[in-house]
Design a protein around this ligand. Structure first.
Ligand SMILES: Nc1ncnc2c1ncn2[C@@H]1O[C@H](COP(=O)(O)OP(=O)(O)O)[C@@H](O)[C@H]1O
Ligand SMILES: [Mg+2]
Length: 285
């Protein structure tokens, strides 16, 4: 393994889904490629943003890379090793290296578990020992992500949206991964809270050298965090390059139109943001 070698490579990933055509009752099915020959690399301590309109295949790509969904073609390499089909101990090791931060903090945290139990769940799965003890580890992680460590016995519902997302980040960091996959991890958050969570990702990366795959439909957010950008459309990579190449000198018409698009109000995200805004206010009072 050389320092110049990327941490992760996605090579020619393919995912096919079948859809019902002519209505569910017609029984006619058609296969379509939600992800069609997608390749990109993630460098060490770099953030690669995957952007594209809704339905372009971003989440499906992320799920295959994270081994949450099997790929129908192509491969994933971590540290130069093919991790596409590993099972048992190999898959477990992969899960200690690659952690996911999900889009909706509240649906990805078990509401019946306290924060300390949530944060240590991946360690329990890994059977990892904690030299200084779990209590100390949870405290340290909560401090690192900007939460009050005295609140480790609380339940997710007692936190705001931004705080809940910090719990999800602390959980992802517990096993000391090399790569974080963030699928719309700030999209449901209120804009000022988005900026705080983005700054948290940046400082964690500066301190510990995490690589990050950051999936987002919001280009303003991507501009703040990405080193590299992969543009997807209809399951395929349209163009990829450094952030400045993509934002300042896009070569493809699709990328240009994506950049030129007036930010549209996405009703789904707006609704989630409103809910989190209310929680944010409730947490402050
Ligand atoms: N489990 C699934 N079964 C069938 N179709 C799916 C499934 N997951 C996603 N799709 C379809 O695949 C396409 C890409 O979806 P997705 O990866 O979620 O896009 P994005 O994250 O870019 O919005 C969409 O047309 C979506 O409807
Ligand atoms: Mg998605």
């Amino acid at each position: 393994m050389s320092a110049g070698e990327p941490l992760l490579e996605a090579r020619n990933l393919v995912k096919e889904f079948t859809t019902n055509t002519g209505g569910v009752l017609s029984g006619k099915k058609r296969a379509f490629r939600a992800v069609d020959d997608v390749s990109f690399a993630v460098g060490r301590a770099r953030t690669v943003a995957v952007v594209g309109e809704s339905g372009s295949g971003k989440s499906t790509t992320a799920r295959m890379v994270a081994r949450l969904m099997p790929a129908d073609g192509g491969s994933v390499l971590l540290d130069g090793e093919d991790v596409t089909h590993g099972t048992g101990a190999a898959l477990k090791h992969f899960r200690s290296q690659v952690q996911v931060v999900f889009q909706d903090p509240f649906s990805s945290l078990n509401p019946r578990h306290t924060v300390d139990r949530i944060i240590t769940a991946p360690l329990d799965y890994q059977g990892m020992g904690v030299p200084g003890g779990k209590r100390q580890l949870v405290k340290g992680l909560m401090e690192r992500v900007g939460l009050n460590p005295d609140h480790s016995g609380r339940y997710p519902s007692q936190f705001s949206g931004g705080q809940a997302q910090r719990i999800g980040i602390a959980r992802a960091l517990a096993v000391k991964p090399k790569l974080l996959i963030c699928d719309e991890a700030v999209s449901a958050l209120d804009v000022s809270v988005q900026a705080q969570v983005i700054n948290l990702f940046k400082s964690l990366q500066a301190e510990d050298g995490y690589s990050i795959i950051f999936i987002a439909h919001d280009l303003a957010v991507v501009r703040q965090i990405a080193h590299d950008v992969v543009v997807m459309n209809r399951g395929a990579v349209v163009e990829s390059g450094t952030r400045d190449e993509i934002f300042d000198n896009p070569t493809q018409p699709y990328t240009r139109s994506l950049l030129a698009a007036i930010p549209t109000i996405n009703p789904e995200w707006e609704a989630r943001r409103r809910v989190n805004e209310q929680r944010e206010r409730a947490a402050l009072t």
